[in-house]
Design a protein around this ligand. Structure first.
Ligand code: GTP
Ligand code: SPV
Ligand code: MN
Length: 580
């Protein structure tokens, strides 16, 4: 196969000439092709067959032990000027960055196959969808892109029709952490990734295209590309509200997108649209609408069990690629808090020894097509997307942030988003558990200067009078012993219900300096083992702690200098005043 689009065939030829692969293969996106890829990877030991009786068509991939997460310190946004990338990004001059990458790529595919992967982010017939082509020398990447995107012949047809596409060049290289870089060239709509085979570093349609490059495009074109899940909540009367929620990596998006209502809320139904990325546009009526650019999930495995996330647990019983989990004696995949079986061999392939730490890597992941999600929404394929009633920001904060509060208006909501802070997780290499600022959960993913990004967010109120309400949640408050105060998971629907009632103006609230809080009696806690003190604690704003927090937020905003929108600082001042 090849293409009649010369911009594409010329580019593939140019990359092939430079990287010198033995073969070139154009992915068609058929099931048969996927099975061939799997067969090859089983032969080359890139995949290990799991117990096919218990886990049909499930495989295990063990990545290089130095290559188990995103590498934020090696990820760069190479815009023309450093200021355009902003203090939130690493920056290198485009020419120097490209030169360095060209040196890495020279001859790197000798002895390997070059896969050409045309893909479409979003439903193929959606005006909001955008296409790209990833060139890679990794069969694992090709197989994952098959499960996670609309890739192959149909995407290629759309690319030929559009005449344009995002270029992504990827090689696993030597998997040497010293020769590993993830480079973005927003002005050329180009991504170059070398030296990692892992998730967000290597599946270029995901974070590199659908967030970093897309956020840059979204700014110039007037839309939003966000690190958000999209979920539909259908009440017992059959009315559905759609929410888009931004939580940092490994902070609960997949879980919330697939949650199962608790018994006390029987009659509610939850529909998943997306679990990681939302592209949102204003329609002609000024309604914000969202599509999920992805078609599959690359989700955190540890913690998934029949209590926390039964939908996900069932979804990954078949047709799933597991990366870096442990295995049992029976060759079933195993992970911490699976609550079934015992680990025999750890994620690195060694006999499991509890002294060496977790059996599954804390950032072990499953890859699975969204079609296998029992709660997958039919509207996930709707070209026009779904109308969003509320936007929710959240972080992992053991103290300070209450369970839920509502921003007073859009501009305040933008400040709430810009102020998100969260404890770091295993999703990126580096220390775990330290609080860091992660505005809109986009710290690792915004493809341009955050100051300009906040201005872009603020500008939406000039364009629509019916924007969604904005909320902030925190499922992760802890007591002094380190126990979570809130049960979380399915029980989070109790909080989401209050959010919907607020959107429908059916419930009141208590005004506080930081926003509107629920009255205690308005969060239904029937059937929860939660005493009144705890719920009070979860819904309390401590002015002393918040004054300190506001100081930290201001210091953070000041890192962006003159470029920070005055309106955002004015919102900040208002809260400081209300707290004093
Ligand atoms: P990325 O895929 O990295 O963007 O992450 P995500 O936001 O989709 O995170 P995910 O839903 O996979 O959750 C990651 C971790 O948070 C898992 O270990 C979950 O068990 C845990 N978690 C999710 N929701 C809750 C919750 O409501 N309460 C508590 N205590 N933990 C949760
Ligand atoms: C994240 O880290 O936010 C992820 C996983 O969703 S990865 O695709 O590796 O970025
Ligand atoms: Mn993510």
């Amino acid at each position: 196969m090849t293409t009649r689009l010369s911009a594409l065939s010329d580019w593939v030829a140019e990359i092939a000439k430079h990287t010198q692969p033995d073969n070139i293969y154009w992915c068609q996106g058929t099931d048969r092709e996927y099975r061939d890829l799997v067969r090859q990877m089983l032969e080359s030991d890139d995949l290990i067959e799991l117990n096919q009786e218990h886990y049909p068509r499930c495989y295990l991939h063990r990545s290089n032990p130095t290559d188990v997460a995103r590498v934020e310190h090696l990820t760069y946004v190479c815009s023309k000027s450093k200021q355009d990338a902003g203090p939130n990004n690493n920056w290198m001059a485009p020419k120097a960055a490209k030169q360095m990458m060209q040196n890495f790529f020279k001859g790197c595919m000798r002895g390997r196959t070059l896969y050409v992967i045309p893909y479409c982010m979003g439903p193929l017939d959606s005006p909001y969808a955008r296409c790209g082509v990833e060139i890679t020398d990794s069969a694992y990447v090709a197989a994952n892109m098959y499960l996670m995107t609309r890739m192959g012949t149909d995407a290629l047809k759309r690319i030929e029709k559009d005449g344009s596409f995002i270029k992504g060049v990827h090689s696993i290289g030597e998997l040497d952490p010293e020769r590993r870089y993830i480079m973005h060239f927003p002005d050329e709509l180009l991504i170059m990734s070398y030296g990692s085979g892992y998730g967000g570093n290597a599946l270029l349609g995901k974070k590199c295209h659908a967030l970093r490059i897309a956020s840059h495009q979204a700014r110039t074109e007037g839309w939003l590309a966000e690190h958000m899940l999209i979920v539909g909540l259908e009440n017992p009367d059959g009315e559905t509200h759609y929410l888009a929620c931004a939580f940092p990596s490994a902070c609960g998006k997949t879980n919330l997108a697939m949650l199962i209502p608790p018994e006390s809320l029987a009659g509610w139904k939850i529909w998943t649209l997306g679990d990681d990325i939302a592209w949102m546009h204003l329609d002609e009526q000024g309604q914000l609408r969202a599509i999920n650019p992805e078609a599959g999930l690359f989700g955190v495995v540890p913690g998934t069990n029949l209590n926390t996330n039964p939908n996900a647990y069932k979804m990954i019983q078949a047709e799933t690629i597991f990366t870096n989990v442990a295995v049992t004696k029976e060759n079933d995949p195993w992970w911490e808090d699976k609550n079934v079986g015992e680990p025999a061999v750890d994620w690195q392939g060694n006999l499991y020894d509890p002294k060496t730490g977790a059996a599954a890597h804390p950032n072990s992941r499953f890859t699975v097509s969204a079609k296998h999600n029992p709660s997958y929404s039919k509207l996930a394929e709707a070209p026009e997307g779904v109308p969003i009633s509320a936007l929710i920001f959240g972080g992992r904060r053991r103290e300070l942030a209450p369970l839920i509060y509502q921003a007073k208006d859009w501009a305040h909501g933008v400040l709430v988003g810009a102020s998100v802070a969260s404890e770091t997780t295993a999703a990126a290499t580096g220390e775990v558990g330290v609080v860091r600022r992660d505005p809109m959960a986009m710290k690792p993913f915004c493809g341009y200067n955050f100051a300009d990004y906040w201005a872009h967010w603020l500008s939406f109120s000039d364009r629509s009078g019916s924007l969604p309400s904005i909320f902030h949640v925190n499922w992760f408050r802890q007591d002094t012993q380190g126990n979570f105060l809130w049960p979380g998971f399915g029980e989070n629907l109790r909080v989401l219900r209050w959010i919907i009632e607020r959107c429908e103006k059916r419930v009141g609230a208590v005004e506080s300096p930081i926003g509107y809080l629920p009255k205690l009696e308005d969060i239904d806690c029937t059937g929860l083992d939660l005493n009144k003190d705890t719920i009070e604690q979860l819904l309390t704003v401590n002015p002393e702690q918040w004054r300190v927090e506001m100081r930290h937020i201001r210091e953070y905003l000041d890192e962006f200098g003159e470029r920070v929108p005055k309106q955002l600082l004015a919102e900040h001042d208002k809260i400081v005043q209300a707290l004093s």
